[in-house]
Design a protein around this ligand. Structure first.
Ligand SMILES: Nc1ncnc2c1ncn2[C@@H]1O[C@H](COP(=O)(O)OP(=O)(O)OP(=O)(O)O)[C@@H](O)[C@H]1O
Ligand SMILES: [Mg+2]
Length: 257
């Protein structure tokens, strides 16, 4: 039987007069590759912000393994096993690729980050183990050759992959990817599709991703929710979504606006 990992029930948030996310309801089962799509301003990133604790829902519930997480502080939600990447890349630009991933790994670790950065004795052994583990994640993301490159010197597509490696270093059970293919060329997108599948299969993860590139989403996700003006207008497998008149209308409306 499938196991529900994340359940949104009527999740709602209002900013002043704007209901940015309106009664959104969907479930993610363990191992899902799940897409969240919709035109600009539909409320997709705001959904991620609700799930990760950046915002508290004004109404409704968000459960992770049956426990309410709506409104918990982001750090608490992260330690339960949910992590994310950002629509606008947020890396430590002056650190190398490897150091960025090590920082991610420290988030779930006992040794305080400052002890490790100062290389004080208690941190030395752990630091070595974390560096090795981080190196393995860079290999998974095809970034091993760039381990010692400053993250700001990496091409854009590789920075996006590095963000995923860093998020994975927290050993999440559920990973939220906000437009992971943005700015990538078609070849990089194809590579990313197989990498995301590999992450799900080899690391036993559940993936929720936002993406504007329909080819990317339809080729990767098994189920998709479509938002428009904060509301869920469709929910189903890619084929049903592709042919749904409400979805077509929402995207056509965007094209003509
Ligand atoms: N903190 C906030 N205060 C006020 N309005 C907000 C806030 N955060 C988001 N919004 C509004 O909520 C709506 C949904 O924004 P959101 O960023 O979730 O859209 P999106 O679907 O991610 O769009 P895009 O595809 O452009 O990234 C927008 O109208 C946005 O301006
Ligand atoms: Mg967004």
């Amino acid at each position: 039987m499938s196991q529900t990992v994340l359940a949104l029930q009527d999740a709602t948030i209002q900013f002043g007069g704007l209901v940015a996310v309106n009664k959104v309801t969907f479930d993610l089962n363990k191992g899902d590759l799940f897409g969240l799509i919709g035109p600009n301003g539909a409320g997709k990133t705001t959904c991620f912000n609700l799930i990760t604790g950046v915002y508290k829902p004004t109404h409704g519930s968000i459960k992770f393994h049956g426990q309410e997480i709506g409104g918990l502080p982001p750090a608490k939600i992260a330690t339960r096993g949910i992590c994310r990447t950002f629509q606008n890349i947020r890396l430590f630009s002056s650190l190398s690729a490897l150091e960025n991933v090590v920082v991610g790994a420290f988030l779930r670790h006992r040794t305080p980050l400052w002890t490790a950065l100062a290389c004080l004795p208690p941190a030395l052994r752990e630091t070595k183990a974390l560096r090795e583990e981080s190196m393995r994640l860079l290999e998974v993301m095809d970034l091993a050759d760039e381990a010692h490159t400053r993250s700001s010197d990496l091409p854009y597509g590789k920075q996006r992959r590095l963000e995923i490696a860093r998020a994975m270093a927290t050993r999440p059970e559920l990973i939220l990817l906000d437009e992971p293919a943005a700015g990538m060329n078609p070849l990089e997108k194809e590579d990313l599709q197989s990498t995301v599948k590999k992450i799900r299969d080899n690391f036993d993860m559940t993936v929720l991703l936002i993406e504007h590139d329909m080819r990317f989403v339809m080729g990767l996700c098994e189920r998709i929710v479509v938002l428009d003006h904060g509301e869920e207008i469709a929910h189903g497998p890619p084929d049903a979504i592709r042919n749904d008149p409400k979805v077509i209308e929402a995207y056509l409306g965007e094209a003509h606006s």
